[in-house]
Design a protein around this ligand. Structure first.
Ligand SMILES: C[S@@+](CC[C@H](N)C(=O)[O-])C[C@H]1O[C@@H](n2cnc3c(N)ncnc32)[C@H](O)[C@@H]1O
Ligand code: SF4
Ligand code: SF4
Length: 329
């Protein structure tokens, strides 16, 4: 089926996330850190042993820094937003995609970050351009679905491998427009054979991670986690101001690894500033100021990617969906 509806751990999981949001988040994160330690370290060690640095696995380009939702856990929600409004310069966007193509990039690509991609009117054209230049990349979009309808799904479908619709709500029901999309796709499966649509039932008031201390409903850690973090090794994080940031937890655009309007993309990825950050974070978050208060860990997709790469299965890594399924992103 080209469309699936997922509610992580079913009604029981929903009830736990709603009634005991802090406990659910704490237990989930504890489990993730317990089970990931070895694999994360193996990847960071493998990465640091290579010269030049291996390519990123996920390139994230946020094209506009705004959202239209009220998710309690997210700094981009309309009540917590602090960033000056920015849209990425179109010439810079095209140049970044061209540089990825010249670099032979075949990894994952997203044209969203801490934002709602459908707020950018250029989003379909941006995806069209990316697909044309990067035909082998796995392009996926995550959206809150609030502005989505069948026409928009049809417009984006030639250019993305996967569409994740996060149905944030408090009543465990699909929004009427999302339900309409679900019915339409189920009624016309052949028209959607080339795309994987994943609808996720998400609780609007959930507690997730603290995003380096920036999440509106979860405080910073007082004692740093000594575990490493995969993100500076796997992800390239590009903000609408044209800067390369450290990772997705830079919700307020404060890290600045390079100005991509001046520095070529590959040079920025291989820069001494990022290499130094990686070396320090590899030894634990306590070693890098921006990471000291952070409890972020991704929901498992990056772990799957790096396991495939360490097995030498590059082709398998290219096909892994940006499936979220779990509590985090
Ligand atoms: C920031 S959203 C952007 C795309 C789109 N607006 C959406 O919500 O699907 C991307 C992912 O980040 C997750 N996210 C937001 N705040 C988070 C937090 N504090 N900890 C972990 N993940 C978070 C969201 O739940 C979502 O899965
Ligand atoms: S999680 Fe997505 S939909 Fe919710 S506020 Fe953040 S960016 Fe918006
Ligand atoms: S520990 Fe947190 S702030 Fe540091 S790189 Fe990882 S996700 Fe980003």
């Amino acid at each position: 089926m080209p469309i699936h509806v997922n509610n992580f751990m079913g009604r029981l999981g929903w009830t736990l996330r709603k009634r005991m949001p802090r406990l659910s988040s704490a237990l989930y994160l504890r489990l993730q850190f317990l089970t990931r330690g070895g694999g994360q370290r193996a990847y960071t060690e493998w990465f640091l042993a290579q010269t030049p640095a291996p390519q990123p696995n996920v390139v994230n380009i946020e094209t506009i820094n705004r959202c239209n939702s009220t998710c309690a856990f997210c700094t981009a929600n309309v009540n917590a937003e602090k960033r000056p409004l920015r849209r990425i310069d179109e010439g810079l966007y095209r140049s970044i995609i061209d540089q990825l193509a010249d670099w032979g990039y075949r990894g994952h690509l997203t044209l969203y970050g801490n934002n709602e991609p459908w707020l950018d009117r250029r989003i379909v054209e941006f995806h069209r351009y990316a697909r044309e230049k990067l035909p082998d990349s796995f392009i996926f979009m995550s959206t809150n679905g609030l502005l989505l309808d069948v026409a928009k799904v049809d417009a984006i479908k030639p250019y993305v491998n996967q569409l994740i619709i996060n149905n944030y709500c408090t009543d465990m029901r699909l929004h009427p427009n999302v339900e309409e999309i679900r019915r339409h796709v189920l009624a016309h499966p052949d028209d959607y054979a080339g795309i994987d649509i994943l609808v996720q039932m998400r609780y609007l008031g959930e507690v997730l991670t603290n995003r380096a201390g920036s999440a509106p409903n979860k405080g910073a850690r007082s004692r740093p986690l000594r575990e490493t973090c995969l993100l500076p090794f796997t992800d390239m994080w590009i903000m609408p101001n044209g800067r390369l940031g450290l990772c997705c937890c830079d919700n307020f655009e404060t890290t600045d690894m390079a100005d991509l309007s001046k520095t070529p993309l590959r040079e920025a990825w291989e820069s001494p500033a990022l290499a130094d950050a990686r070396r320090r974070i590899a030894e634990g978050r306590q070693n890098y100021p921006f990471c000291r208060q952070c409890d972020f860990i991704d929901a498992g997709f990056r772990m799957q990617l790096v396991r495939a790469i360490l097995r030498g299965d590059q082709e398998g890594a290219h096909r892994i969906g940006g499936e979220e399924k779990k509590l985090g992103s």
